[in-house]
Ligand binder design. Sequence first.
Ligand SMILES: Cc1ncc(COP(=O)(O)O)c(C=O)c1O
Length: 408
Amino acid sequence: MAKVKNSYFLDSMRAQEKWRVEECINLLPSENASSPQVRALLSADFSNRYTLPIKKVYAGEYLENTYRGTRITNDVELKAEEVAKEVFRAKHACVQPLSGHIAAMITILSTTKKGDTILAISPDNGGYDGYAPEYIPDILSLRSFPLPFDPAVHNVKSEDTAELVKKKKPRLVIVGASSILFPYDLGPIKDACRTAGSTLAYDGSHVLGLIAGGEFQKPLKEGVDILYGSTHKSFFGPQGGLIVTNNKDLDEQIRKNLTWRVIDNAHWNRIASLGQALLESRRFGPQYAKQVVKNSQRLGKELKTRGFPIMFEQLGFSKSHQLLYDPKKLKAKFGLGFNDFSVRLERSNLITDSVGRLGTPEITRMGFKEKDLPALADIFIAAAKGENVKKDVKAMRDRFNLDFRFDS
Ligand SMILES: Cc1ncc(COP(=O)(O)O)c(C=O)c1O
């Protein structure tokens, strides 16, 4: 095999930036673009540093921190927590989880014991695969059962869930999903959880940027005990995770599951970067979140009008950053399944996933407004029919913001 060139990784960085940033339009709901400030912080000196403010006795001496030189790093974490509390209107925040999955692991570890039962949305209904019995529940020796779900409205059946909670008395109920279009009716679920002594958690990985901006729903206010998720999907931060709660005992449990259980080095460059994104959300989040939702609704409408099988028209297509399209109708119209269809779109530099979702976070960060979506829908349909529209995609890309700076 040829030796990897000394310049390979720097070359690949330039190639990636040229392609994915300058030439593509990204319609993935799981990705976003962050500001130059958020990206700069990722390569700051914090990326080379440790801090471990765990008090312990070592070689007969009492240590406040295993490392020195941590004055600024420690403060960065505290300030990031402070802004997270403000943005999510929560009493406690933890910014250490390295990703949404790790935030889920910490939450589940902090709320369950071996042999307990948890309920979560099945991957068959767009739930996160990590909660399927063979993944996190297997590692933590938990039993996982699916929440009752109505595919016709793509939502959890709240009353049936409440009944199931009363019957099974699970230790933990998790709402939130990878495919999420509409807010959950949390009232009945919350009441049943209180009665059964279950913790109610909200995996907001996908909708965190909307929740931060006051859109979609307000899980903590509506009664969930804990909200957690990824910080890089509809939220425009670095890749990572966070957890917020109003419950002091839960916060204490979470802290006990950080150092040496799920985390050692929490990557303080990521935390500084997340802090910056949270500050941006404090200022620009509401406007951004509203526009994301308006863009997904309008994109849904424009695609549907052009005969593309976007689902849930009767419900206004979506109240989130996502749209779903129908696999059977896709096959009937274009002769392709989700995967081959997404490959076809990628040939025109339209980036989507291969599970039938479209997302509007990144185009919103580029500056797309509703008026821009008919033209995008035209390009999308041409690509869908098999035309190569790379040039049109590039021309459209060039009309928008390339550096994702927030206006100040
Ligand atoms: C609902 C949900 N939870 C958790 C995760 C895991 O997040 P991460 O990729 O940040 O670990 C995902 C990722 O797609 C997700 O969709």
